[in-house]
Design a protein around this ligand. Structure first.
Ligand code: 5AD
Ligand code: SF4
Length: 451
């Protein structure tokens, strides 16, 4: 998802004498990395700030999954460099997927840039920043494809919150034909389950109530290893940790969604009743060109199983419109898949060719107007589905993990089991607890309720 998030994490009390400004683009993996960057730089005396003008270091944590996001990074860098013009000593750094993809080239193109930090190189960050403080310019983008990487998984540090991401695997071996992720995040590697469980237990001790197991393709967790559990078994082990009351995971590849994993939704009450299961297209011809490894029918079969095992499950997804060769009939198949699945929320994207991917060699000759018309029709249908699925919740009770202040004064807010935000009037002393809230109104992106 192409979100731009301003990272304002609290860090341990350290002696801060410098400020770091971070902008995070893209997926949760980047958000997670940005958190880690904040804690790593706290050790060097940097406190986070929301003001780029006063920052001693500016870092863009970038995403290259779609073309637009990448260009935004270039534009943003061009804007941010003005802060360096006043002769002020300011470190400018690029991390994440654009850094991985462009490497040294970025340093060559942008004379005001100091650091390029690839996706496998965060462990070098402190050293790189110390060097940059002395005026060194450096780019590090080597992949680490050996067991050393097992010790480089991001792990928690700093102050806890109520809901935390726990990285369980990184990278992707699927090479879907449109996707740049395998090129910028490298090969799939599963973290040791013992490390994951240690981290989850530690989080629980610190008061965290919900964990979100994170990876590019969590369903293939452990498949490459003889001694690690399957993802389903890992979820069961996490569910056994006292203090953790809700578990989510993202992202799932439908092809690797096993019956064993589907069964978890039936008998692990802590497992959230929401799953993100990107279909990308509803047409077999397009799925084949995308190299997704499943058919429309096998995808729908998994959705049916999920719904029969947990009838109240809600499903979210991703769809790409305008993939090379997508005909009107293919697109209609996508709309009809949406009718069958009935997503509560859908992230939809216009296809954009990514350099080096297989699909980039296909002729991308659908007129932009056709792509946009398809996207608009799809979004229209989705708006209808979102409201049709949300309205029947009005009057029902939802268990909400209260995470903070709400939208309006006097309101508090949290996430329901189905992953939707619920705002309601309540005292901030409830932050951190699970409460039952009666839903009074449904909106496209949230619910209103009362205690
Ligand atoms: N063009 C458009 N959308 C893409 N995605 C990934 N690669 C591309 C691309 N080249 C979308 C997919 C994926 C989501 C994170 O981004 O839907 O699930
Ligand atoms: Fe990209 Fe496919 Fe891997 Fe997802 S599963 S990251 S879409 S290659």
């Amino acid at each position: 998802m192409t979100l731009l998030l301003f990272v304002t994490y609290k860090v341990r009390s350290t002696m801060f004498d410098k400020l770091i400004y971070i902008e995070t683009f893209g997926c949760q993996m980047n958000v997670n990395d940005s958190e880690r960057i904040v804690t790593m730089l706290a050790d060097l005396g940097y406190a986070p700030t929301n003001d780029p003008a006063s920052a001693d270091m500016i870092l863009l944590n970038t995403c290259s999954v779609r073309g637009g996001a990448e260009e935004k990074v270039y534009r943003r860098l061009a804007n941010l460099r003005i802060y360096k013009r006043d002769g002020k000593k300011q470190i400018i750094a690029v991390g994440g997927c654009v850094a991985q993809q462009e490497g040294e080239e970025l340093l060559r193109k942008l004379p005001y840039l100091d650091l390029v930090i690839g996706t496998h190189n965060l462990h070098l960050l402190q050293d790189m920043v110390r060097g940059a403080e002395r005026g060194e310019r450096r780019s590090e983008t080597s992949f680490i494809d050996n067991d050393l990487r097992l010790d480089l998984f991001p792990s928690i540090k700093g102050e806890s919150r109520l809901s935390r991401f726990v990285t369980v695997m990184q990278g992707c071996d699927n090479f879907c034909s449109y996707c740049i992720v395998p090129y910028v995040r490298g090969r799939e590697i599963s973290r040791r389950s013992s490390d994951i469980l240690t981290e989850v237990r530690q989080l629980a001790d610190e008061g965290v109530r919900e964990v979100i197991l994170l990876g590019q393709n969590v369903n293939s967790y452990g498949l490459k290893s003889d001694h690690e559990p399957s993802f389903a078994e890992l979820i069961r082990q996490v569910a056994d940790v006292d203090g953790i009351d809700r578990i989510r995971f993202t992202t799932s590849h439908p092809k690797d969604m096993s019956d064993e994993l589907i069964a978890c939704f039936g008998d692990i009450p802590k497992l959230s009743g929401q799953i993100h299961l990107p279909a990308q297209s509803g047409s077999d011809a397009v799925l084949k060109l995308m190299g997704r490894g499943y058919t429309r029918e096998s995808y729908l079969g998994k959705v049916r199983k999920l719904k029969s095992i947990r009838p109240d499950i809600v499903i979210t997804g991703d769809i790409i419109v305008g993939f090379p060769g997508e005909s009107d009939a293919d697109f209609e198949q996508t709309l009809s898949l949406m009718e069958e699945v009935r997503y509560i929320d859908l992230f939809s994207f216009v296809y954009s060719p990514r350099p080096g991917t297989k699909a980039a060699e296909l002729s991308d000759d659908l007129p932009r107007a056709v792509k946009m018309a398809r996207l608009n029709r799809l979004m229209e249908l989705q708006r209808r589905h979102t409201m049709e699925i949300s309205l029947p919740y009005v009057g029902s009770l939802m268990t909400v993990l209260v995470e903070g202040e709400g939208k309006l004064p006097g309101q508090i807010s949290g996430k329901a089991d189905i992953g939707r935000i619920v705002n309601f009037t309540g005292d901030s002393s409830l932050i951190g607890s699970f409460v039952d809230v009666r839903i009074t109104k449904a909106y496209p992106n949230s619910f209103l309720g009362e205690l």
